[in-house]
Structure formats: structure tokens, C-alpha cells
Design a protein around this ligand. Sequence first.
Ligand code: AMP
Ligand code: MG
Length: 338
Amino acid sequence: MTGAWTLGIESTAHTLSFGLVDSKGTPTPASSSTVRPDEGGIHPRQAADHHKDAAALLFDQLLKQNQLIHSDIGAVAYSQGPGLGPCLRVGAAIARGLSSRLEVPLIGVNHCVAHIEIGRQQCGCQDPILLYVSGGNTQVIAHLDGRYRVLGETLDIGIGNMLDKFARGQGIPFPGGPVIEKLASQWLAENTGASLDGLELPFAVRGMDLAFSGVMTAAQRLLDNGAELGAVCWSLQEHAFAACVEIAERALAHTGKNELLLGGGVACNNRLREMCTLMSEERGATSHAPPRMFCIDNGSMIALLGHIELNHGRTTTYEQSAVDQYLRTDQTPVTWAV
Ligand code: AMP
Ligand code: MG
């Protein structure tokens, strides 16, 4: 008898994570490790080496924390893309090895679609507009005709990368997003009735798309001109998040959908969550955000999508198992009910 659990392996970028769902698709907390460079951004090869070194321990930890043995695993899913090539290849190699050794099906899945499905499951929403805000990706997505379609997205860098890069300029190590959130809320608490006068930044909206690199440079310039770091962090969040919320609102209006779902690591941010709730309430829609452990990159969401795809008859042969760094959200057929 094959095992009832589906294993998910996430390795698109900074994080290697192993997660599980049971036979009903219920996830357990993942076992993860994130590379934290001493200086500079994430180097794909160094991150891949980190993933290779961390893998055995994380996998054992996951089995131990769930009191499982190898034969409890009935399928192995992995992130096939999009992401950093060297990192993706480590995850895919581990997945192929485990699938072959355990003699269970292999399922390569789309990382972005996995964010959507874990969000839909955790928040109980049906047919949402997804605001997907992570390190490398920033997209507004809606389901139409058997695909998740991208209605708007960043034209340059992901919002998380922008926050991390701005923070790095101030000596704040990766991930900078949570530190910016803390500095902004501390500054706001000390400056009640704060105004954006003198703290204006360019607006990132370009039609239905977004662009963040100019916002980051302008924020840096505010600091160069003597503005306080906390004030600039606050202004940066207000401007960047308002731009995302604006295109998400337009997506709700155009499609007539009435649920907004947040996903990706930046969706951990309380101010962004609050802005999404305010906008949604104003137009009679609802806003949803999954628990934070399922917003950041995690193996559980990969396991969940693998479980769904397997139940709809899709598996990945060895020949089909190569990674695709540039895999798009709308390249993956959605064969399950939305
Ligand atoms: P992901 O690529 O989805 O794993 O998300 C990682 C990104 O989320 C990094 O760029 C982090 O800086 C960002 N992030 C995590 N927590 C927060 C937060 N509370 N506020 C803003 N950004 C965050
Ligand atoms: Mg992600």
C-alpha cells in the first residue's frame, strides 16, 4: 500500500522547505531554512548550495515532527518554476530522487498557483482576485476559462525585492520587509497625525501594471536629503502598498468578483492587510489573508497543489521534469474546480 501523505518541496529562491498534506489535502507546518547572506543580495549559486546542505536535515525533521516514516509518503511534488535556476534544480533533483526511491508519483507544480491554492483553502474563498506580493513576484491574478490570468504585474522588480534592497542600503540584512514594517509603525506611533508632506514618492501604477525601482531610488533620495529613516519607511509602505491596492481594486471592478486574497511574503505585512480590508469593505467585497506561515514560501503549499493535481490525474514523467525559471502563472491549466 502506498502512503497517504503528499510531500511538497519548495526551492524557488531563498528558502528550502519541505511540507506535507494528508489524504484530505490538510497541510501541516513546513520544515524550512532560509539563506541569509552576510552582505549583498541572494546569490543563486550560494542559495542552491545552502539548499543542498540543508535538505537531509530538514526532511528528517519534517518526518519526525509528524511522526511519519518514508513509506507514509504516497507522492512527491516540487516547485517546477518560476524561480532561480540553480535553486529550482536542487529541489527538482531531490524530488526525482525521492520519487524514484520511494516508487511514488512525481508532480512538478507552478509555485505561483500553489500560493493561490493554499490561500483559497486556508481562507475558504471561492473565486478571488489574488494580490500576490512576494520577493520576486508582484501580480494581480484572476481565474478565467481554465487558467489563472495575470491582469497586472510589476514591470521591473518585485515589491519584496524593492523593500529588501532599500533596507540593505541602510545596513538592514535580508529580509528587510519586516524591519521596514517595524520602523514604520514605531515612527507612526511617535508621530500621530503624520502627513506625507515632504515625504512624497512617485506612484508605482502604470495602467494595470506596477514599477517599483523608481520608488526605491526616490525613497533613498529622501534619506539623502535628511528625512528620518522611520518616516521614509512609513511613506515607502504607504505609496507602494496603495499602488498594489489600487490595481487590485480595479481588477475587482473589471471582473465583478467580490473576494480579495493576499499571498506571498509581503502579505505578512499588517498595514497592507489593513489597506486591503479597508478597500474591500468600501466596495462590499471581502479581504482574506492566510496564516503567515502559508504566505511566505513553504513546502506545504507545494504539497497541496501536488495533491490537487494528482487527484485530477496529472503526474510528471522524468522527461517532463526539467525546471522552468520563467514559468508563468497563466501557463498552468487549472483542471480543478474554482
Ligand atoms: P516570498 O518571496 O514570498 O517568500 O517572500 C519574501 C519577501 O517577503 C521578502 O522580500 C520579505 O522582505 C518580504 N516580507 C516578509 N515579511 C514582511 C513584512 N512583514 N512586511 C513586508 N515585507 C515582508
Ligand atoms: Mg513565493
